[in-house]
Each structure stands twice: as C-alpha cells, then as structure tokens.
Design a protein around this ligand. Structure first.
Ligand code: PEP
Ligand code: MG
Length: 588
C-alpha cells in the first residue's frame, strides 16, 4: 500500500530505489561494501561470532547444571534456552548470508540488517510472550557483534564505501537497483563515510535542515530528507521508496502511476542539470558588471578537484574537523594534517583555500561513541575555538600544519565561533607562537590571511574589534541564525522557527557586510544561505560579492547572479531590514 512520510527537505532532487534500513544498534557498527571475493570470509566471521556465543551459553548452562536444584536460577536457565534457540534459528544466519552475498554488505552490517527484518516480524506477532522475545533477539545479535568487534575483519573498512562501478553492474545484476538509506539518525561522521557510496538518497527520523548531517548530505548532492520522525519505523528493509528532496517527502511502496510521475520529474531535473552545466566557464558577473566570487565549501581534501570542476574560484570554507572524525581518539598529527591541507591546496590548482580550524562539539562529535550527554547544552558549550583554546597543544599542531601548507599556495586561516576580544588575542598569539616554533625548527611555511567567522550575535555587534585584528570576515549564517533565534539547528521539532529571513538575522548579516565593505575588508557568507538561490538577489542587494557553498550549488547560484542587477537590488534589499515579515517581500 502506498503511503507518504513528511519531513524537511535537505538536498534537492528525486531518488527512486530500495530501502536500506540502517539499524540503530547500541554497538558501534561499521557499514561498508566488500569485494565479491570476500563473501566467504565475511560469512565465516558471522558464523564464528555465533558459534562463540553458543559456546559461551553452553558453558553457562554447564555451570548452572553443577548447582543444586535450590540455587539454580530458573529464570536464567529459561533465558539461556531462548537465546540458544534464537542463535540456532536458520533464518538469522541465512538472512545474513543473503545480505552479504547479494548486497556485499560487511558482516556487521548484514547482521544488523537481518536483525531489523526479524525484529519487525516479532513486532507483528499476536502473542505477547513471543513479541517480547524481540529483546532477546537484540541481545543475542549484540553479543555476536561484540564478539566480532574483538575479531578484526580481514576486509579493511574503506574510508568510504565503494561507489558502484559500471563493471559491477555488468557483473552482477542484483546490484543495479539504486539503494536509498533510511536511518533513525546519522552523525556527520556516518554521512562522511557514505560520501562516494552507492546510496542514491537519504532519509532520517531526526535532524534539522542546518544540522551538520544535513550539510554533508547536501554536499553529496543526492536527494535527502531529515526530521521524518518515524520513517525508519514505517519502512521495511527492501521496500521501494521515492525520496522527493524538493518537497521533503518520502513515498513508500509507490503505485506505477506515482513511479511514472516521479521518473518524469527525475528526467526533468537531469535536463536542468545539463542546461546549468553550460555555465561552468562563464564568469559570475551581474548585469551591471559587478564581479561575484563563488567559492566552495569542502569537507575533505579529496573534494577540491570537484570544486574546481564545478567552477569554484576557490575554497571559502574547508571544514577541517572532518579530518579528525571517526578516528577513535587517534587525532591526526602535524605531518598528516599538513599533507591533507597541502593536498587541498594543490587540488585547487593555484586558487585560494580558506582552512577553518577545527570546529567540533554540539552535533559534530569526533566519534559516535563520544556522545556529549554530559553537557546540557552542547551547542552553547565547549565547541570550535573554545575547544581549541582549551587544548593549546592540539591547536598549535593544527596551526603549524596549516602554516606549512601555506608554503604551497594561497591559504586563508579562518577561526570559528569567536565572541570575545580575549579569545581573539589568545588566538593571534598562538598563531605567532606556531610560526616561532616552525622558525626554531627551520621548517618552511607561508603567509596566511587571517579571518574570523561571524556566527555569534556578540561578534556581529562588535565588528570594530574584529576588523582591528582580521583581514577578512566570513559570516556563518547556520550558527548565526541558531544563536540569534535560540533555535537548535539540529532539532527538527523547532525547525519551523529556524528562519534565515528573520529581520534580526538579516540586520546582523547586513551590518557585517556593510562594515567590511566600508573598510575594504573581504567578507563572504559561508553558511547554507549562500547556496540558497531564493536568497541570492537579497544577499547581492545587501552588498555581498563573495558566496561560499557546496560545489553542487554553484551553477544554480551563478545563474541567479547573471540575471541580477546589483545596483537596482540595493534599495529593494534595504526594505527587508525594516519589514516585519521579510518573507512576504521575497514572495512579492
Ligand atoms: C555556519 O555556522 O554557518 C558555518 C558555515 O559553519 P558550520 O555549519 O560548520 O557550523
Ligand atoms: Mg558554524
């Protein structure tokens, strides 16, 4: 039966494919694709895990049998019997085998996927006793997972799962069906793992449109919907689904008519892409001759060549924290970071690269296991520059690596989340210290322009202080909106109040642009507003001439720039600052 689930639109486009449900297990589970030749060894790993847990239960049963009838815990005996029965259930292992053989999932992923399938069957059982056995099944699967965790996979987890190649499609027709990922939640680190992966779209139950998970999904340029509440409960493994990333809707089990309609929309979007691609080499200049810089936001050095191809004139924001994620506490050292930054710089072929120092905390955890439950308000806590200043050794390592990379091209150094003059002074002296350390070691480094992100209202209200210390400013509207309106950007329940057009936000943005323009200092917007084509004319009218966004948005924004007359937009844009309801002006 066809039904739809509504959420928040994150990344545009239509995806049609089969659902891959990512189970939220309490054990940290790796998800990656294996090579066809590794199928047998992955199946053997699951079998070994299951056999180890069976042996463990047998040992426990033996211990119990040695007890007298009075001390023997009867409940435990019964529980162990149930666990043994579940472990020996062929449906568990044969299902896991199927996911490994047909989909080339790694062993842990296959096990959690099959667990999800069986758990649904338990949910649907009439008998309450049987329904409750779902918890036992989960326990059993978790024990197998824990055992497997102690036994390293012979298959190394690739940094990102392999994208399906043309050869795969020819060799194996079970792999030619597009897959879409449905999960309760995906951390930014999870999302990063899926960059370059086979997935044609994403849906998550939680998350706001400016959450970092959404941002990474957008950077992957595939349709995505977040905040779809119970989507992961309503969809079953392998269901056909349509993800409409424009409307923020997922349609499950679509009828042939609906499929045909969305197939048509998909082809239209392809045609539009083709049309836009012709603008790749056209300079971004408004009708009245104003030159506009369209820059790229990237997460990893490997994104740089794609940014050049997309027509970016530089990187306006390299979110360096993604180099630090998912490493289980083993942070990259100076040389590793230097090589990564250098790779990004060289990948941009002489164009400037703005590297932002690490911005972790809030919804960007270094590791999924390191959930920040200890702090009541992680978004207001120890994140970004506060985190760096709290660990000067880590910060200096990063600064030295960036300065060294600057010897290979044009590098700008960008500092996130500053609010206090004391933080600015501390940062500046640490940068001087990093240079002195490199001098002492006789290591080469290059000059950098120094920039600050304006993402806390306190910063936007004290621009004179910032302009004294910095060469340029970059407006992080994602956080600026969050902190101005007191709306957690990752919380879907208040997403309707997360409003880039709130007059308070617009006034802070406008004042920052005007102050920089008046002083001849560079200013750009690098939050999601920069890639939103409905806002391009407004930002141009407010005097912005530098926009930094996901590479996939560059051509659409360029089209808006080419059609705009910046001089005529200026008085129109000023009206927004005084309007009670600026969204109406935009519509009118
Ligand atoms: C922002 O806050 O607008 C920004 C670009 O930084 P991030 O999204 O990484 O917090
Ligand atoms: Mg930010």
């Amino acid at each position: 039966m066809t039904f739809s689930v509504h959420g928040l639109p994150v990344a545009r486009g239509i995806a049609i494919g089969r659902a891959v449900l990512m189970a939220s297990s309490r054990v940290d589970v790796a998800h990656y694709f294996i090579e066809a030749g590794q199928v047998d060894s992955e199946i053997a790993r699951v079998r070994a895990g299951r056999n180890a847990v069976v042996d463990e239960i047998h040992r426990l049963q033996q211990t119990i049998s040695l007890m007298g009838p009075k001390e023997a815990p009867h409940e435990l005996t019964a529980l162990l019997d149930v666990h043994l029965m579940l472990l020996q259930d062929e449906e568990l292992i044969s299902g896991v085998k199927r996911w490994i053989t047909e989909r080339l999932y790694n062993a842990e992923w296959a096990l959690t996927t099959q667990l999800e399938v069986l758990a649904r069957q338990f949910d649907e059982m009439e008998d309450e006793y049987l329904r409750e056995r779902k918890a036992d099944l989960e326990q059993v699967a978790e024990r197998i997972l824990r055992y497997m965790k102690g036994v390293a996979s012979p298959v190394a987890a690739p940094v990102s799962p392999r994208r399906k190649t043309q050869q795969d499609l020819l060799l194996d027709d079970t792999m030619d069906v597009p897959l879409v990922l449905i999960a309760h939640d995906l951390s930014p680190a999870d999302m990063l793992q899926f960059k370059q992966s086979v997935f044609a779209g994403f849906v998550t139950d939680v998350g706001g449109t400016a959450s970092h998970t959404a941002i990474v999904a957008r950077s992957m340029d595939i349709p995505a919907v977040v905040g779809a509440r119970s989507a992961s409960q309503l969809v079953r493994q392998d269901d056909w689904v349509i993800i409409d990333g424009d409307a923020g809707v997922m349609i499950v089990d679509p009828s042939p008519i609906i499929l045909a309609e969305y197939g048509f929309k998909q082809r239209q979007a392809e045609l539009e892409r083709g049309r836009l691609s012709r603008l790749r080499h056209t300079p971004a200049v408004t009708l009245d001759g104003q030159k506009v810089d369209l820059l790229a936001n990237i997460e990893l050095p490997g994104d740089a060549p794609g940014a050049v191809t997309a027509g970016a004139v530089g990187v306006g924001l390299f979110r360096s924290e993604f180099l630090f994620m998912g490493r289980k506490g083993d942070l990259p050292g100076e040389d590793e970071q230097y090589l990564a930054y250098r790779r990004a710089v060289e990948g941009m072929q002489g164009l400037p690269v703005t590297i932002r120092t690490i911005d972790v905390g809030a919804d960007k955890r270094l590791d999924d296991s390191l959930r920040d439950d200890a702090h009541l308000n992680p978004a207001l806590g120890l994140r970004a520059i506060r985190w760096s200043l709290a660990d000067p050794a880590m910060f200096l390592t990063q600064l030295r690596a960036i300065l060294r990379a600057a010897a290979h091209g044009q590098v700008n150094l960008l500092i996130p989340m500053l609010a206090h003059a004391s933080e600015i002074r501390q940062t500046v002296s640490l940068i001087d210290f990093a240079r002195a350390e490199l001098d002492n070691r006789g290591v080469a480094y290059g000059p950098v322009k120094l920039g600050a992100m304006i993402e806390i209202p306190a910063a936007a209200l004290t621009l004179d202080i910032f302009l004294k210390y910095f060469d340029f400013l970059s407006i992080g509207t994602n956080d600026l909106i969050q902190y101005t309106l007191a709306i957690d950007r990752a919380d879907e329940s208040v997403a309707h109040l997360y409003d880039p057009l709130h007059p308070a936000v617009l006034r802070l943005v406008a004042e920052t642009i005007a102050a920089c323009n008046a002083r001849g200092k560079g200013v750009s917007v690098c939050g999601e507003m920069a890639g939103d084509t409905t806002l391009t004319r407004l930002l141009l009218g407010l005097g912005l001439r530098s926009f930094s966004m996901h590479p996939a948005r560059i051509l659409a924004v360029k089209q808006e720039v080419l059609r705009a007359d910046a001089g005529r937009l200026a008085p129109w844009a000023q009206q927004f600052l005084l309007a009670e309801d600026p969204a109406r002006l935009l519509a009118g």
